[in-house]
Ligand binder design. Structure first.
Ligand code: D5M
Ligand code: FE
Ligand code: ZN
Length: 490
């Protein structure tokens, strides 16, 4: 029994006692059943209940991995949708996490499957607002007619004459989309980034080209009120960089004293904090950038995590702490990143939950999408008007595209998992990122986007890059009103 519980725990799930009973009393190969159950879960599941298991007990003999694999891709196949099972929510839900479920080996088919999944998930969102036709249907009969399509951007460029050209692809074909330099939407064409999926409406020439009149990004549903109402307060932070000589230990200690109620707290807020989320870069790591050795006060990664555990363990035990990794942490660099391994997490108190990046967590009834935010580097480079000083604007671009990392294969290396974990399939109440070391807060269509800054002062490297961090500032979210305060410990 314990083995089964551990097996699910490793993958980030809890298991309901009845479900456990079903598995342990199963007369067939238990391991196979467990694999089936794990594969069958959709993003909303945190606790395995009996229905997740019983489904697989009945279908097990008919389905084999081999026959599934050899089924061959059907380009227009819609993604399978499992029924979402209502469940009682624990304090912290872990969903949509790559931890323990990486499927990719990096074969060509993996890339195809990854992009197909990205396309079909975003197309589904766009289809609610746009009646699009398959690209292959844009033959001669459509010449001069207005048509809409949903495509993935394979290329976007400016011609010698100053027009903008997009190459759009759907599972049925490819088309050239043109935005003339005098077009009203010419400026908008600079918002288009490679690899994103968007809708366009325009006039077909019947010969493989379409002259675009409007773009449609998938976007969040229009909504000005907060998307959820919860209870309690959550502190959001990231980029602690324990082990770096730039780590601001004194400011961090002030923060911890405040949380623990050992410091003056005229507002009485500290005692109401129930959650703390760390969105990556818990430690500075080793070998992350050239010459990092000279910047480390703790040159051993295990010692860095030991120290980090000491800091985190000194926080009040009644706070639930969620820790997600970043590019300085000891997990694979390819994204999505799994949770930190047991060899380092075992030093942390039981109130700590380790999740992957990205991860969905539910805090006091509020859905939070946590992602370290490395894609912000690519977005800032590519989209006019974005800067490191206002990371929240880059985060709004993610929300608008319903994707955490629209640009594939620049700074961020995305592992071609069979599923695109970066599609924002449902609107979160909070999108929490870090990475860029500047605090930024914005509200957009009911979603609160928060970049939670850092505890690292400006490094020499950042000085050269002209990146001005805002360290030791911690956003505090009132989960009932969704009001955000910035607490300053610098
Ligand atoms: O990233 C901290 C900040 O420094 C973030 O804004 C990105 C920037 N940074 C980090 N490494 C690079 C490279 N190689 N080029 C450009 N900008 C970079 P962190 O992940 O915490 O080190
Ligand atoms: Fe960082
Ligand atoms: Zn980072």
């Amino acid at each position: 029994m314990l083995e089964i519980v551990q097996r699910f725990a490793q993958e980030g799930y809890q298991i309901d006692p009845q479900a456990l009973e079903l598995i342990s009393s199963y007369s067939g190969p238990k391991n196979e059943l467990i694999v089936r159950v794990l594969r069958g879960l959709d993003g909303s599941v945190a606790v395995i209940d009996p229905s997740h298991v019983s489904n697989h007990i009945s279908v097990l003999p008919e389905r084999s991995t081999l026959s599934e694999k050899s089924k061959g891709p059907n380009k227009l196949e819609r993604p399978e949708h499992q029924e979402r099972v209502a469940k009682e929510k624990p304090q912290v839900d872990l969903n949509c996490d790559v931890t323990g479920r990486s499927t990719c080996v990096g074969e060509y088919e993996d890339f195809v499957r990854y992009f197909r999944d990205r396309y079909s998930k975003i197309r589904e969102i766009l289809s609610r607002r746009l009646t699009a036709r398959p690209i292959e249907s844009l033959g001669k009969s459509t010449a001069g007619r207005e048509v809409s399509i949903i495509g993935m951007v394979m290329d976007v460029r400016t011609t010698n004459k100053g027009h903008r050209v997009l190459e759009l692809e759907d599972p049925t074909g490819m088309i050239i989309a043109v935005i003339g330099k005098d077009s009203e939407i010419f400026d908008q064409s600079y918002q288009v980034v490679p690899d994103e999926v968007l809708g366009v409406t325009g006039v077909s020439d019947g010969g493989g080209r379409i002259f675009i009149r409007s773009f449609l990004w998938p976007d969040m549903p229009s909504q000005s009120r907060p998307l959820g109402e919860g209870h309690g307060y959550a502190l959001l932070t990231s980029d602690i960089h324990v082990g770096s000589r730039y780590f601001m230990e004194e400011a961090w200690e002030r923060f911890i004293s405040w949380v623990n109620g050992d410091a003056e707290d005229p507002s009485g807020l500290a005692s109401q904090v129930e959650y703390l989320v760390v969105a990556g870069d818990l430690v500075d790591g080793i070998g992350v950038y050239p010459g990092q050795d000279a910047d480390l006060t703790i040159p051993d990664i295990y010692e860095q995590y030991k120290k980090a555990a000491e800091y985190i363990n000194s926080i009040r035990k009644d706070i639930s702490i969620i820790i997600s990794p970043g590019n300085h942490d000891m997990v694979r660099q390819a994204e999505p990143q799994p949770a930190l391994p047991e060899e380092v997490t075992r030093d942390f108190n039981a109130n700590c939950t380790f999740v992957g990046s990205p991860a969905w967590v539910t805090l006091g009834g509020i859905q939070v999408l946590v992602y370290h935010g490395r894609s912000i580097d690519d977005l800032v480079l590519r989209i006019p008007g974005l800067s490191y000083g206002e990371p929240e604007k880059a985060m709004l671009e993610m929300l608008r595209r319903r994707h955490l990392c629209p640009i594939y294969g620049n700074r961020v290396s995305i592992a071609p998992e069979h599923e695109d974990h970066y599609v924002i399939q449902k609107p979160p109440s909070i999108l929490h990122c870090g990475h860029v070391h500047t605090v930024g807060i914005a509200k957009y269509k009911g979603v609160v986007a928060i970049n939670s800054g850092t505890w690292q002062s400006q490094t020499d490297f950042q000085k050269k890059m002209n990146i001005q961090p805002t360290p030791a500032v911690v956003p505090l979210v009132d989960l009932a009103s969704m009001k955000v305060r910035k607490l300053v410990f610098a």
